[in-house]
Design a protein around this ligand. Structure first.
Ligand code: CA
Length: 230
């Protein structure tokens, strides 16, 4: 499964380091930023699945950053958890008012933080919390590694499963073969692009008996798209 990608915005290096290690241990991929400016650069490079934002940052504060990001089209749906040393009720309210999805108060245990992150991801992006996803009667269950079409279990190979899970959690967008390789296999693996075509063919074959193969669409000159629209 793709690891949820967390953008960690914290100016104090030792705390950032501690959090990075803890989040890595919990299975997240982590990008670090020391201030709002670095955070924006990181967001422009790769949209995170969730942001962990320290309340007090030098320059633009964490709460101001979240307020801005929640107003921008590209970033408004990225969930944000505020990290704060402030425990006054007013500040909590303020954090939630600007659009933060949750907050944790220092000091907190990594375990508590992970529980908060999971809860937010489950609420906002069920596909990242390994929750089942269902589209047009096609259902994928990451936990049990099973796929159902109209209630019937399908036989599916491990690579086809990963591609299908990626597609079902990223529908209605076109991905090039290179992107699919990077996102499903990982960028450190050398595989030829036509390997993607081979697995897509196999995936379509799995989906054909139940009539779901049309969901996996070839976009000429661009790549593939998973779409419930024709
Ligand atoms: Ca700080």
């Amino acid at each position: 499964m793709a690891k949820p990608h967390i953008l960690l915005i914290e100016d104090e290096a030792p705390i950032r380091e501690m959090l990075r290690l803890a989040l890595g241990k919990f299975g997240y991929s982590v990008t670090e930023a020391a201030d709002a400016r670095e955070a924006r650069t990181a967001i422009n490079t790769q949209l995170p699945d969730l942001m962990l934002v320290d309340w007090m940052l030098p320059g633009e504060s964490g709460v101001e950053l979240v307020r801005q990001l929640k107003r921008e089209e590209l970033t408004k749906d990225i969930p944000a958890i505020m990290v704060t040393a402030r425990i006054e009720e007013d500040d909590r309210v303020k954090g939630l008012e600007v659009g933060a999805d949750d907050y944790v108060c220092k000091p907190f245990s990594p375990k508590e933080l992970n529980a908060r992150i999971k809860a937010v991801l489950r609420r906002v992006r069920p596909q990242l919390a390994d929750e089942p996803v269902e589209i047009e009667g096609l259902r994928i269950e990451p936990d049990s590694h099973r796929v159902f079409a109209n209630g019937e279990s399908l036989e599916i190979g491990p690579t086809e499963f990963r591609i299908l899970h990626f597609f079902m959690t990223h529908p209605e967008r076109v991905y090039s073969r290179t992107q699919i390789l990077d996102l499903v296999w990982g960028s450190n693996v050398y595989i030829e692009e036509r390997t993607v075509d081979v697995h897509i063919r196999r995936l379509r074959k799995v989906l054909t008996p139940s009539g779901h193969e049309h969901l996996v669409q070839t976009v000429r000159g661009a790549g593939y798209r998973f779409s419930a629209r024709s």
